[in-house]
Design a binder for this molecule. Structure first.
Ligand code: SF4
Length: 309
């Protein structure tokens, strides 16, 4: 079995920046305790668990907005995640007298600026993203003149009279053009005079391009968290292009040995929030694996969550 390491893969600059911020606060006792994160600092459970063992409280309850989460905090330091935060939440943190740090990725911030600029120019904004993801939540908080869509059906439900408006379309940073193109076709039918600004970030694009540029493989494994949008996209892009089969795995434990039975070419990539130690363990397992040798089949992860970073 040939194991192919897809590159680039793994951490992007936005994730590195967010992790540096949390580590800085942990090391510096002048930041008031407790330390809270509004959501998961990046979408990776192992990283969240690592910080949790060091006393960092990640507030991540489904159905709760960032503002709702903030209301539960009365003291300490609050860190806003790489996915972005709205001005409303920042203002509320100030009102509450909390110490806060903003780990928003600069590529996400760029989308906020573009949306605000276009609103100021009198445009209505259509934003393409994933439901229940924190990145759209922060963007939608900017104004009521932003319309959220995830798919073509959502576009059909938008008000018809928007076609009398100037329309600006943009998107979540971690989508793929496969998601966007179908939605754009529908927008074009309904509002032919729209303008579009593609905001898929460079890190996401480069990782997806690497998947598209590989030779055809029997199996592609993407190491990443189920909640990680960019990791899920890598699976989808692989299936649409060069991978006969592809699975998202959180770590080496998730490999099903049956997947390897008839796979001669197996490639591995990872999402932008996946620690490299986790991906390297997957690659090391695959490289030594032999179908006929049970001594090579053990795929229990040896990485302790406390050593993940
Ligand atoms: S995936 Fe892109 S937008 Fe998200 S944190 Fe990384 S660089 Fe920033």
């Amino acid at each position: 079995m040939n194991t192919i390491e897809i590159k680039p893969r793994g951490y992007c600059h936005g994730v590195v920046n967010a992790l540096v911020i949390v580590k800085k606060v942990l090391k510096d006792p002048s930041y008031p305790r407790p330390i809270y994160i509004l959501g998961q600092i990046v979408h990776n459970r192992q990283i969240t668990d690592f910080f949790s063992t060091h006393g960092v409280i990640s507030l991540d309850q489904e159905g709760m907005s960032r503002l709702d989460m903030l209301e539960t905090i009365n003291d300490g330091t609050v860190i806003f995640t790489a996915h972005g935060i709205s001005d409303k939440v920042i203002e509320r943190a100030k009102e509450k007298g909390l110490t806060y740090l903003n780990a928003t990725c600069k590529d996400v911030l760029k989308v906020h600026v573009a949306v605000k600029d276009k609103l100021n120019e009198g445009y209505k904004v259509i934003y393409i993203g994933h439901r229940n993801h924190p990145e759209p939540e922060a963007v939608l908080d900017i104004s009521d003149d932003i319309y959220f869509v995830e798919n073509e059906q959502d576009v059909l439900l938008l008000p018809n009279n928007l076609n009398q408006e100037k329309i600006f379309v943009t998107n979540q940073t971690t989508l793929s053009m496969y998601d966007i193109n179908n939605v754009l076709k529908m927008i074009e039918l309904k509002y032919p005079n729209y303008i579009f600004d593609n905001e898929i970030c460079k890190a996401t694009t480069m990782r997806q391009d690497a998947v598209m540029d590989q030779d055809l493989v029997d199996l592609m494994l993407v190491v990443g968290d189920k909640k990680s949008s960019n990791s899920n996209k890598l699976v989808e892009v692989g299936l649409k292009t060069k991978a006969k089969v592809s699975f998202l795995i959180q770590n080496v434990n998730d490999i099903d040995l049956q997947w390897l039975n008839n796979a001669n070419q197996v490639s591995v990539t990872s999402g932008a929030s996946t620690p490299s130690t986790v991906t390297k363990e997957v690659i090391a397992f695959l490289k030594q694996y032999k179908k006929d040798d049970p001594s090579t089949w053990d795929h229990q992860s040896k990485i302790d969550d406390k050593d993940i970073l």
